[in-house]
Design a binder for this molecule. Structure first.
Ligand SMILES: Nc1ncnc2c1ncn2[C@@H]1O[C@H](COP(=O)(O)OP(=O)(O)OP(=O)(O)O)[C@@H](O)[C@H]1O
Length: 242
């Protein structure tokens, strides 16, 4: 369970996250949606204690991230692909993380297998493609078998098979009773993967509801999303006419 209460983060005059309150519950995938610059990554960094709020608070299973004894065994996160030393192999990257978190070494090969990187485990991670880097990021998130997972744009760069793999992985992790919070710009993907959605615009909560409820009365989830976020889009390109 993730609980954010009045979470606020400013950067100079920009209010990146604005009195944001929401819960993410276990047992289902919760999608985190919002236009570019709406504060999704900032919110995820605040949840993980990588950034400090100017106001409000956020708890994971009732505690602040920094109060967790073995963070990787409680919260798995992938915020950006390629968050690893480029000269290290995938296996040694995961082995170092495992060692630092009292996770058995045998778990490294398990997660490599789970994400389909066994054959590339000895290769330098710096030479990985975008999709392979995403898979390694997911492997790191799963390493500690955590009850809570946070993934920022996990399907970015994945091929169609990879997209389907992530979809099945997330739904099965949630079915095991975990809390799965995943940001995405792919509304169609969220329509089939997520059960609930937290939608933000300009740092503020626009909706915290189910996919079914948000889609009701609209032609599609995408149409409902545009209606909801229409006033919150900061970076819109001009329409072209042909
Ligand atoms: N370290 C920072 N310093 C200054 N401004 C920042 C910083 N991090 C984020 N911001 C600003 O905060 C706002 C929210 O950014 P954030 O990256 O959280 O949005 P996002 O929803 O993840 O965007 P995107 O979908 O484009 O990835 C933006 O206006 C951004 O420019």
């Amino acid at each position: 369970m993730i609980e954010a209460e009045n979470l606020t983060r400013r950067y100079g005059r920009t209010v990146a996250v604005d009195a944001l309150s929401f819960d993410v519950r276990p047992g289902g995938v919760t999608g985190f949606l919002g236009p570019n610059g709406s504060g999704k990554s900032t919110t995820m960094r605040l949840i993980l204690g990588l950034d400090q709020p100017d106001g409000g608070r956020v708890r994971i299973g009732g505690r602040r991230y920094r109060e967790l004894r073995w963070p990787l065994r409680e919260v798995g996160a992938m915020l950006e692909a390629k968050a690893f030393h480029p000269g290290r192999s995938a296996r040694s990257h995961l082995a170092a993380l495992a060692a630092g978190n009292a996770i058995p070494r045998t778990r490294v090969d398990e997660v490599l297998d789970l994400v389909g990187l066994t054959s590339a485990a000895g290769r330098r991670a710096g030479k990985f493609s975008l999709g392979m880097g995403q898979r390694l990021g997911v492997a790191a998130a799963l390493l500690g078998d955590p009850a809570v997972l946070l993934l920022d744009e996990p399907v970015n760069g994945l091929d169609p098979e990879g997209v389907r793999w992530i979809r099945n992985l997330l739904t099965s992790l949630a079915a095991e009773g975990r809390t799965v919070f995943v940001s995405s710009h792919l509304i169609s993907e969220m329509a089939v993967t997520a059960e609930r959605l937290v939608v933000i615009g300009r740092g503020r909560l626009l909706a915290n509801t189910t996919v079914a409820e948000l889609s009701a009365g609209a032609a599609s989830l995408e149409a409902a999303f545009f209606r909801l976020t229409g006033d919150s889009v900061e970076y819109a390109a001009k329409e072209t006419t042909s």
